[in-house]
Design a protein around this ligand. Structure first.
Ligand code: AMP
Ligand code: GLY
Length: 425
């Protein structure tokens, strides 16, 4: 089979490596891929949002199966465009991708179908939004409606901070059109859990749970980032929590999307918070999470290609989705200064990896045959082990064998998960 993966980060590297474990994956193209992915796929210099060029490439090469991984092309209708020329796709159509690309849509959906989430109001008028902040008081959460690279959310500790965030979005144009509409919501508390799921629009099969670490620095300090590391499974996701999530959140969401005439097929990501009242939805994503994918897929024992084909062909119910009972940890090595300004172009030296180790490249290019840094998040060092403490130790040992100038990582990935494990014992 000729398979095309749209995207070019660590998540896509993990997807490609897993897809290639299936012998049917003869040729794998990455659009655009990156310097590290080039070791595992044929990288094609077509941007992930250049839909006409993506479609033309798929036709020219007679691609059998396309996996559209990032949110932007999904929101732009990449799947619709590829399906229109007869390419089988993994990923939601544009009308279903809205579950991520409009927070207002997602919140209204949850309200209509009784899916647990933070109380909220939607605003297009700045004065009304400011008045609402005054009435509600702090802490309070301000969210730009549209896609804002995960940076459109302000958890404001004071009314002043909340008002500044409202003004930034609606007056300052900080997020462009994405900020013309705001969702203002109640601030929830509790540990966060990421659950990626496969769904073909009818059946939903959750993958192993995971825990992201979004802030740039240890102890959850510093700015929000795309994610600085992950562990799986997430110890807060007990069988009781999982059963509640299935009943109250996963199935109702998939049914709601179908009822709205927006059946979702692909990977539906549930960003959850385990509040004192039970699990609630913080956000939906219409795609695999990054860097959640980097810890979840190494634990998948079934064929990812087979599952993805089943999702695309509406036959997920009869398909095996089996995970190992081991644990995994991913430590992201980033460039000093990320998520703001950072320098690029430093050579990366990679060690040999063992069977339970993976290095997924996120931001690197090839220059004169050598791998050099080209992004904020450069790579993820991933280890799998029998237990979570071992996986964390091995991931850091691997990260410490990788070198490039200006590298930094958090040193506390998995610490909160470990303390939860101790509490449970
Ligand atoms: P999002 O982009 O919606 O995932 O939000 C980014 C981060 O903001 C989340 O991972 C949470 O840590 C935090 N957050 C979002 N919504 C809320 C909320 N209602 N209460 C508390 N924290 C929140
Ligand atoms: N790691 C969070 C996300 O992919 O949105």
């Amino acid at each position: 089979m000729k398979i095309m993966v749209v995207g070019g980060g660590g998540r896509e590297h993990a997807l490609i490596k897993k897809l290639r474990e299936d012998p049917r994956a003869e040729t794998v193209y990455a659009l655009p891929g990156n310097g590290g992915i080039a070791a595992d796929a044929q990288c094609v210099p077509i941007g992930a949002t250049d839909i006409p060029a993506i479609v033309a490439f798929a036709r020219e090469k007679a691609v059998d199966f396309a996996v559209v991984a990032p949110d932007d092309p999904l929101a732009l209708g990449a799947v619709d465009a590829l399906e229109a020329v007869g390419v089988l796709c993994f990923g939601p159509r544009q009308n279903a991708a809205l579950i991520e690309s409009s927070k207002a849509f997602a919140k209204e959906l949850m309200k209509k179908y009784g899916i647990p989430t933070a109380r909220f109001e939607t605003f297009t008028d700045m004065q009304a939004a400011l008045r609402y902040v005054e009435e509600q008081g702090a802490p309070i959460v301000i969210k730009a409606d549209g896609l804002a690279l995960g940076k459109g959310v302000t958890v404001a500790a004071t009314v002043e901070e909340a008002k500044a965030a409202v003004r930034d979005c609606m007056e300052g144009g900080k997020f462009g059109a994405a900020g013309e509409k705001l969702v203002i919501e109640e601030c929830l508390t509790g540990p966060e859990i990421s659950v990626l799921s496969f769904t073909d629009g009818e059946t939903v099969v959750p993958m192993l749970s995971s825990m992201d670490h979004k802030r740039a620095l240890d102890n959850d300090e510093g700015l929000n980032t795309g994610g600085m590391g992950t562990v799986a499974p997430n110890p807060y996701y007990t069988p009781e929590v999982a059963a509640r999530c299935m009943e109250e959140i996963f199935l109702p969401t998939v049914r709601a999307m179908k009822a709205e005439g927006r059946p979702f097929k692909g990977c539906l990501y549930f960003g959850l918070m385990l509040t004192p009242q039970g699990p609630k939805v913080i956000e939906y994503n219409c795609r695999f999470g990054d860097p959640e994918t980097q810890v979840v897929l190494p634990l998948l024992e079934s064929s990812l290609l087979e599952i993805m084909l089943a999702v695309s062909q509406g036959r997920l119910a009869g398909t095996e989705v089996k995970f190992s009972d081991k644990s995994a940890c991913c430590v992201v090595l980033a460039s000093q200064g990320y998520p703001l300004h950072y320098e690029k172009g430093y050579p990366i030296s990679l060690p040999e990896t063992g069977a339970d180790e993976q290095i997924y490249i996120a931001g690197a290019a090839r220059k004169d045959g050598k791998l050099v840094t080209s992004g904020g998040r450069v790579l993820g060092a991933v280890a799998v082990a029998e237990t979570l403490p071992e996986a964390i130790g091995k991931a850091y040992a691997l990260a410490d064998r990788i070198h490039f100038d200006n590298a930094f990582c958090r040193r506390d990935i998995g610490r909160r998960a470990l303390s939860a494990l101790k509490e449970n014992c």
